[in-house]
Design a protein around this ligand. Structure first.
Ligand SMILES: [Zn+2]
Length: 402
């Protein structure tokens, strides 16, 4: 399984300058290739004899002109440009498969990163060696053992990180302590409600820091464009965004690690996030808590311990069904937090009841689908690793933040 570990770096001034330059080269190559891809695509639509654009052809094309047209590219590792174009190829592949939007141009300050193939760097304890640059200190040692696949150096606010992707081969974590099942209902008011009745409140990162965020944004908008003060305000805002992101990421990791460590079988809902995003009141909470990220983490962490995640389909009436007698309500408005079953008289907390239904579904579907291919784990093991790698390089700060 591919796992990425993102670790904060401690570069000196010279190394920081190199990172910025390599990230600039990667961005330039990506944007050059994207523009060229579009141009060649239009050209081959008009003339079918022309070849369709591909990342491999574009890499060759750039290699043949870079010494003459972009000699500054030679000052940094050749991986910066090459890997950026390979990533553009993957972005197009995801786009054609309907998994992602059309690739966009990378922006300075927003997509500052470059990647290295495993023959272009080495890791020794808490330092990493990068070509033309030497050893760079890392805030902690790599946590996973296995074959090192690649690394991506990126900037978040004013700090640099390296995300190292490792193929952990067959290294497994201990099995879940409690071999039982749990249902987890991700909520709006709480981060999650478990079928055991536990409520995980979560940090409410945005709410606590929202006023500061608003103040900083307002102050930024008043600063004169191009001024030194505007630059400073922008950096402050970026740091605050990074901090909020860290708080949120940390809470989610704690929740998913806790669940997979304790329970073997975990039932969750496949939330219709698109539909929920349309609801303005819910959208902030949804964005705040990251349902997709929750599911992604649960799946890979459960797989590491041999556990199973069962995802209810989005029409599964987890909230409207009585978990005692199975009676199904016609409707249950979101504002109703507690209700009494008209059939058996049980009094339900909306979220706990939903979590119990998810647990029951998880138990029954793992029991009936035992040995079948479609029963969650087998399928997920096959499809997950790639996305673990992809997303974690940008969104998964698992390392320390000092
Ligand atoms: Zn009932």
């Amino acid at each position: 399984m591919l796992i990425a570990h993102k670790i904060a770096l401690d570069p000196n001034n010279e190394q920081e300058t190199y990172f910025a330059r390599a990230a600039g080269t990667a961005r330039f190559a990506y944007n050059w290739a994207l523009a060229e891809w579009r141009r060649q695509y239009e050209a081959c639509k008009a003339d079918l004899a022309l070849p369709k654009p591909s990342q491999m052809a574009l890499r060759r094309q750039l290699n043949s002109i870079k010494a003459e047209q972009f000699p500054w590219m030679l000052e940094v590792t050749k991986c910066a440009a090459q890997m950026a174009i390979i990533q553009l190829g993957s972005a197009f592949k995801n786009f054609f498969a309907g998994r992602a939007q059309h690739p966009k141009f990378r922006k300075k300050g927003l997509h500052d990163r470059f990647s290295l193939t495993n023959d272009q760097f080495s890791v020794d304890g808490s330092r990493i060696r990068i070509p033309n640059l030497g050893w760079v200190r890392m805030r902690e040692a790599l946590r996973f053992t296995g074959k090192i696949m690649s690394a991506t150096v990126s900037r978040v606010a004013d700090r640099w990180f390296v995300s190292i992707t490792v193929d952990t081969l067959d290294a497994h974590l201990p099995k879940a302590e409690n071999q039982g099942a749990v249902g987890a209902d991700l909520g709006v008011s709480a981060l999650a409600t478990l079928s055991t009745g536990e409520i995980v409140t979560g940090p409410k990162a945005h709410k606590a820091l929202l006023s500061r965020l608003q103040r900083l944004s307002r102050s930024l908008s008043r600063k004169v464009k191009g001024s030194e003060n505007r630059k400073k305000a922008k950096a402050r805002l970026a740091r605050l965004h990074a901090r909020i992101g860290n708080i949120r990421t940390d809470a989610l990791h704690q929740l998913t690690t806790g669940l997979t460590r304790r329970f073997h079988t975990i039932g969750i809902e496949d939330l219709n996030v698109r539909g929920m995003m349309a609801n303005r009141h819910l959208s902030r909470s949804v964005a705040d808590m990251g349902f997709f990220e929750f599911r992604r983490q649960l799946e890979y962490k459960a797989a590491q311990r041999g556990g199973v995640v069962v995802v209810a389909d989005r029409w599964f009436p987890s909230s409207k069904t009585c978990s005692c007698c199975g009676h199904k309500l016609e409707t249950l408005p979101l504002s109703v937090r507690e209700w009494t079953c008209p059939a058996c008289g049980s009094i339900h907390d909306r979220d706990v009841n939903a979590a119990i239904n998810l647990k029951n579904l998880a138990v029954s579907s793992t029991a009936s689908a035992c040995g079948e291919d479609g029963s969650g784990l087998g399928r997920k093991l096959k499809t997950k690793p790639a996305s673990v790698k992809q997303e974690s390089s940008t969104k998964l700060p698992m390392g320390s933040f000092g």
